[in-house]
Design a protein around this ligand. Structure first.
Ligand SMILES: Nc1ncnc2c1ncn2[C@@H]1O[C@H](COP(=O)(O)OP(=O)(O)OP(=O)(O)O)[C@@H](O)[C@H]1O
Length: 275
């Protein structure tokens, strides 16, 4: 992936966007002057965001504003698109993941991702969760059993599946499949969990379960969640970043964004005037 060095859009004021760094909390991801192009299309413009650990950070904004692109830069998934060019820095635990010397495999064990549509493997429930640990060399059946149980408990699905671990994951409901995918993520003991609209394909009850789960998981993990659902962002996140046309318009405590946003465009979006 070409890493460009010049800074684009230098006039954007970014001080107010680093709400997280003023607190006495560790920053897990710090994106600095991040720009991304798909060919000629400028999809991310001078993004400066400091994301704290053990918090839920919500990314909101209208369709096409760059939310998914942003989240996919954090695990370098975006570079699967051949036309992508990136400039700036993405510091994960203070290491620039865009550096040529940085091995993308290091991210795979630290950063898990949950997608919009549940995507279990066509394997048993057990194998779905044991897959990651096996890839990382764990062969001991007893240890794998423990990891599978702990991860399924962590994803609040153990009681529903403990008697059918050897059945195919496709036999689960959509909401159960999504929690299984979260369990699969937990099994690699990640540091960060990226979630790209994880409840958009779920019914209200499953959505609630996943939302409750996210709240519990932040005690142990840092969570960055893209959502179209503003009530969801308000319910479950500590900080919210509002994206518009590839820019971060405002990044602040979620309470502030939803009660007294600083920017008129944020207010218009959260009150449903556009998007
Ligand atoms: N693979 C790609 N190739 C070219 N352009 C892309 C690609 N993926 C996204 N884009 C463009 O980048 C911009 C941001 O897209 P992105 O998917 O990040 O937005 P989003 O905010 O997540 O949208 P949505 O809420 O609809 O999922 C859009 O203009 C989109 O058309």
């Amino acid at each position: 992936m070409p890493v460009m060095t010049e800074k684009a859009n230098p006039n954007v004021k970014t001080d107010k966007l680093n709400a997280g760094t003023k607190e006495n909390k560790k920053v897990v991801y710090n994106t600095k002057d991040l720009n991304l192009w798909y060919g000629e299309g400028h999809a991310l413009k001078n993004i400066n965001l400091a994301i704290n650990e053990n918090e839920v950070t919500a990314i909101i904004g209208p369709s096409g504003c760059g939310k998914s692109t942003y989240i996919k830069t954090l695990n370098r998934m975006v570079e699967l698109v051949p036309s992508v060019k990136i400039s700036g820095e993405i510091l994960y635990r203070e290491r620039n993941i865009l550096d040529k010397s940085f091995k993308v495999e290091d991210l795979r064990t630290s950063v898990g991702m949950v997608f919009q549509k549940p995507n279990p493997f066509p394997k048993s429930i057990y194998e779905n969760v044991a897959y990651g640990p096996k890839i990382h060399g764990i062969r001991d059946k007893k240890i794998l059993d423990e990891i599978v149980e702990k991860s399924l408990r962590g994803a609040a699905i153990w009681d529903e599946v403990k008697d059918r671990l050897n059945q195919n994951a496709y036999g689960l409901s959509g909401g159960q499949q999504q929690r299984l995918c979260i369990a699969r993520c937990l099994a690699i003991e990640p540091d960060v969990i990226l979630m790209d609209e994880p409840t958009s394909a779920l019914d209200p009850i499953s959505t609630l379960k996943v939302e409750e789960l996210v709240q519990e998981l932040k005690e142990e993990f840092s969570i960055i969640i893209v959502t179209h659902n503003m009530q969801q962002a308000a319910r479950i996140s500590d900080k919210t970043a509002f994206f518009l046309n590839g820019e971060v318009i405002e990044f602040a405590e979620t309470d502030k964004i939803f009660s007294t946003p600083s920017d008129k465009r944020t207010e218009d979006y959260i009150t449903g005037r556009f998007g």
